[in-house]
Design a protein around this ligand. Sequence first.
Ligand code: PLP
Length: 379
Amino acid sequence: MKLATQLVQVGVGRDRGTGAISMPIYQAATFRHPGLGQSTGYDYSRSGNPTRQALEESMCSLEGGKRGLAFASGMAAIAAVMQLFRPGDHLLVCDDIYGGTYRLFATLGAANGLKFSFTDLTDLDALTGNITPTTRAIFVETPTNPLMKIIDLEAIIGIAKRYGILVIVDNTFFTSYLQRPLEMGADLVVYSATKYIGGHNDVVAGLVVCGSEELGEKLAFIQNVAGAVPGPLDCWLLLRGLKTLAARLEWAQASALHLARFLDQHPGVKKVYFPGLPGHPGHELCKKQARGFGAMLSFEVKSKEMVPQVLEKLKIISFAESLGGVESLITYPETQTHADVPEEARRRLGINECLLRLSVGLEDACDLEADLSQALRPW
Ligand code: PLP
């Protein structure tokens, strides 16, 4: 089956007793035991719930992994992965990364004795130069957030395998529909399922898919012990979101390319970051390692004074944090998603006061263009 078919079919036929096409929401905290020492397979919903299990197994098979695990948020998923490491362990992390992940590593991770090097992972020499005897993992986003850098997964995985270290990919921006890190040899894939997987800006959740049984066992233990699980309704919303993932991404990425070209030509715009533009440094690599360019783009307006005006004048595109939903959203990384990244690091990376990040939704692309056009006037 092609991936688009597998996506639509998630959950179908799982509820054998009723034949329900949509996986039912088992809104139960606990399950009655048939007798002493007996179980229906479900005991208590933190440890396992049928709706969550349908989601976890679907994600595992969609991603080509060995085990899928659902969490209460993307950050809960990444925090669970962080629990795999011990004081003194060193992780290499891409320097351009979601600000919340940076904050988790720099605060709670560091307080627990973990060491992090935030490195430009497009520079493979810098990567190799930063590997130490205590390095245990490389944590990558590609495209990166918000500057849309494309990181060479095959090269990174090759280096990691030589040194015996794990590769963890945050696949939130592309999802397994566009990019398949586990099949390339990565060890773990993490998601903010709040984004494209849920797809409707109505649920906060996270997912981890493990490339080995061993990692699956360890993370299932952490999931149950630490307990940051999503509720059954949230799991059902994610199952429903998955069904339309292919259609949504195809539509949204076509619109994103349209808008990237429009912004690239606009006199009020200094720079556009979108891997689908031939001038983007990661364009060829993106074509090689992914099935598309996604629907996220960032752009710099000519002056910082334009930012409040653009954000206030946009009518269809909402000024709101998050991404990957049917509604187009625009964010200002400087004060929102990346406010916790130190200013010096933001400036070095190119996250400046003129940068806006756009998540292209499913509205008509011409309407979105017209909205941007009127908000950017008089330029
Ligand atoms: N990873 C990426 C790439 C994100 O953009 C986000 C949130 O914006 C997260 C992880 C965190 O996910 P959540 O907000 O679901 O906790």
